[in-house]
Design a protein around this ligand. Structure first.
Ligand code: GLN
Length: 462
């Protein structure tokens, strides 16, 4: 098929189902023209990459010069950035066709996409259920065949958890492996941009396009990455996993997880054994504190990152009736522009960083982060990869956890440790839970810079 045909087919699909799914906040008006240009270049004999002409959805946290970028917030409604995120620029350079911007929890804070200022995204498997979050829009778009590929961002699970809840593949690369330039920051020491797709090879191809060193991101790794597509192809051709040590983290194989999730996870372990892998149990004693540490470190960094939304530099400006000082305008703007979850985290983060409390909260959380990194280092002495369910449950009902932030936060228990340690993680489909018929996810984690291992094993299992 030509790029124009593929793009038109996805635009048609968006037009017919997105009224129900609400995966897109904005649909590109240039997609067809861009597709036509790729078809012309190909017809002229230009040699283009494997993904040239393929449509892709972009999470609305990534700056796009030709489309509004809101990060799911009212405070940025209608804002069109003056530049592209590096990952978006790389998509365009490789000839991919941006289809539009996908819905997300406001500033990527959430696990259900219900915290978007533009209404929740629905899970295509069951429209009464959430698609996960914060990147529920990207995952739902892929799962509903509105896009074959999407970009997400993962600070505590926002690629892997929605991928799992929608039966998709999603990868959080090694911290520094993919540029954060132009990705609206949530927590800078945790954020990574990564691929969402329906197959492991598709994520690998997309990762090959967006990855690599970027001098505009000071934490970008200056590293020669192997081809992840080659790793996925080698995995798909592999006949055995003989000699591979697969570590099961005791703390992430909890009896508290949904029964069908645990059942599918243990079946997957059985499959690994049949393929010749050796299953080893590993202990990560500090994982017990990972969610708590994360929900201090993240709000601390977020409260600092969100200080730039001050009514002067970007987006919304609300002037109180009768006027007021600069501070009054700033306060009125932030009051109107930020949702409840964003305010909750700004207050929490500001408190955790304040004089007198800094050591007790932020300082302690950073120490826990180091202990979790050491747990991982010890675990990777015993195992080549670590595995767990991607999320403790399948997709929950819309509204179910909306009034209970703690219950929402606990859904991140399986994904947060990888972000705290900066290591790569993949979520891939693990079958449907027998009790509700909804997708479950299998998570693979590898040591930092070992992203290729995820693609190799993921493609073997797929
Ligand atoms: N659910 C997590 C949170 O609310 C994940 C966020 C993310 O990865 N962007 O912080």
């Amino acid at each position: 098929v030509s790029s124009v045909e593929a793009t038109q087919a996805h635009l048609d699909r968006i037009a017919s189902v997105d009224g129900k799914v609400n995966a897109f906040l904005h649909v590109s008006t240039d997609a067809l023209a861009n597709a036509k240009r790729i078809d012309e270049r190909r017809a002229a004999g230009e040699s283009l990459g494997e993904l040239a002409g393929v449509p892709v959805a972009v999470k609305d946290v990534l700056c796009t010069i030709d489309m509004p970028t809101t990060a799911g917030s009212k405070i940025l409604e209608g804002w069109v950035p003056p530049y592209d995120a590096t990952t978006v620029a790389k998509l365009r350079m490789a000839g991919l066709i941006p289809l539009g911007k996908t819905n997300m929890d406001e500033f990527a804070m959430g696990s259900s996409t219900e915290h978007s200022a533009y209404g929740p995204t629905k899970n295509p498997w069951n429209l009464d259920r959430i698609p996960g979050g914060s990147g529920g829009g990207s995952a739902a778009a892929v799962s509903a065949f509105e896009a074959p590929l999407a970009l997400g961002s993962d600070t505590g699970g926002s690629i892997r958890q929605p991928a799992s809840l929608t039966g998709s593949v999603g990868v959080k690369p090694t911290y520094g492996g993919v540029s954060r330039y132009g990705a609206i920051a949530l927590a800078s020491s945790l954020d990574q941009v990564g691929p969402v797709s329906r197959t492991v090879l598709d994520s690998a191809l997309l990762h090959d396009v967006i990855g690599g060193h970027d001098p505009r991101d000071s934490t970008s790794l200056n590293e020669q990455w192997p081809s992840f597509a080659a790793a996925a192809r080698a995995g798909a051709a592999a006949e055995s996993l003989k000699g591979l040590r697969v570590g099961v983290i005791k703390q992430l194989d909890s009896p508290g997880f949904q029964a069908g999730v645990s059942q599918r996870f243990h079946e997957a372990l059985q499959l690994l054994t049949e393929f010749g892998a050796e299953i080893v149990e590993v202990d990560a004693p500090h994982f017990e504190y990972a969610v708590e540490a994360y929900y201090l470190i993240l709000p601390a960094e977020a409260s600092s990152n969100l200080a730039k939304f001050d009514s002067v530099r970007f987006g919304l400006r609300v002037t109180p009736e009768g006027g007021g000082t600069v501070e009054d305008v700033m306060a009125a703007t932030r009051e109107a522009g930020f949702g409840a979850e964003v305010k909750r985290r700004i207050i929490l983060g500001t408190y955790a960083l304040s004089a007198g409390y800094y050591d007790a909260y932020y300082g302690s959380a950073q120490k826990v982060r180091t202990l979790i990194q050491r747990d991982f280092a010890a675990a990777f002495e015993k195992a080549d990869v670590l595995v767990s369910p991607s999320a403790p449950t399948t997709a929950f009902k819309l509204g179910e956890k909306l009034d209970d932030p703690m219950a929402m936060y606990l859904n991140d228990v399986t994904t947060i440790p990888a972000n705290l340690a900066g290591i790569p993680g993949m979520g891939l489909p693990m079958g449907l839970a027998p009790e509700d018929g909804l997708p479950t996810g299998f998570q693979i984690m590898a040591p930092a810079r070992g992203d290729a291992r995820l693609y190799e094993l993921g493609a073997t299992l797929e």
